[in-house]
Design a protein around this ligand. Structure first.
Ligand SMILES: [Zn+2]
Length: 100
């Protein structure tokens, strides 16, 4: 089982990861990628958002945003929730099954 980090480095920024109660979220949301604040917020509770799938989902929003800016895609990649969700699940699987 992976642990959700408190922060990580991405290009020239430190991205902080916060856990917040449900009053910080619109209904239905499990996490948020705050691009301008270099912050990921996950909804408290492993079944709500405080899990590796949601963590990777929000990380992928950041990654696709950087790729999209470089490729000038107008946010097409980072706003594609289907691709972000699928890749988040795959990243969670990869990182939880890696053997050394
Ligand atoms: Zn999303």
């Amino acid at each position: 089982m992976n642990k959700i980090p408190k922060r990580f480095q991405l290009l020239s920024h430190t991205i902080n990861v916060e856990i917040a109660g449900s009053d910080s979220f619109d209904s239905g949301l499990a996490g948020q990628a705050k691009y301008m604040e270099h912050k990921i917020i996950l909804k408290k509770g492993a079944h709500n958002g405080e899990n590796m799938e949601t963590f990777w989902h929000e990380v992928l929003h950041f990654l696709f945003r950087h790729v999209g800016v470089t490729k000038q895609d107008g946010g097409k990649l980072s706003d594609d929730e289907d691709v972000v969700e699928l890749m988040g699940e795959m990243m969670a699987q990869i990182t939880s099954t890696m053997e050394y």
